[in-house]
Design a protein. Structure first.
Length: 183
């Protein structure tokens, strides 16, 4: 039996809540689909990994982007996903775009015995894409739910989806297409 894992990337207040340091309205459109994926994984007792941006106050990334995710509330998982606190899931802080850079993601995936990884969250062309690239480089079967990822730049969102499909070999499909394919 295939061992599934859901990776939820950076569904944090600074990106997904109005007033956040790097808030972008497009993130609002994926919240229900992300929640639906989490609910399904929880109901099936499948593993969930929450990647969370967590930066030091003097992080080099702030030369490219305004300071973000340095403390609460900006660096906290959005209220709509508070159910993560109920205990099922790994919460992995990260300081760079890829969920693999100086984190325990690879160790956690190995401990879980993951074969198949689905990915949702923000930002499609940055942290989602770099994490999917890391999964691909480690030969995981990967699926990106296209209406459960978003980006502040719609053009880069589309480029990111194409790159993940064409270069990394990820399955890219909507939640509806996924549910129909898995029936």
């Amino acid at each position: 039996m295939e061992k599934r894992v859901l990776i939820v990337v950076d569904m944090l207040n600074d990106f997904c809540t109005e007033g956040g340091a790097l808030y972008f309205p497009q993130s609002e459109g994926i919240k229900e689909n992300v929640k639906a994926l989490i609910d399904e994984y929880r109901e099936n007792s499948d593993a969930i990994i929450y990647l969370i941006d967590q930066h030091d106050i003097d992080d080099k990334e702030f030369e490219k982007f305004p300071p973000h995710c340095t403390d609460a509330p900006g660096g906290l998982i959005i209220d709509e996903l508070e159910m993560y606190k109920e205990g099922r899931g790994y919460i992995l802080p990260k300081k760079r775009y890829s969920g693999f850079y100086n984190t325990k993601l690879e160790l956690n995936l190995n401990q879980i015995g993951a074969d198949f990884v689905e990915v949702c969250g923000v930002c499609t062309s940055i942290c989602v894409m770099d994490t999917v690239g890391g999964l691909s480089n480690r030969d995981y079967r990967v699926r990106v739910i296209s209406d459960a990822v978003s980006d502040f730049d719609q053009e880069q969102h589309e480029v990111g989806l194409k790159r993940m499909a064409n270069i990394y070999g990820a399955e890219v499909m909507t939640l509806k297409e996924r549910n129909e394919a898995d029936e």
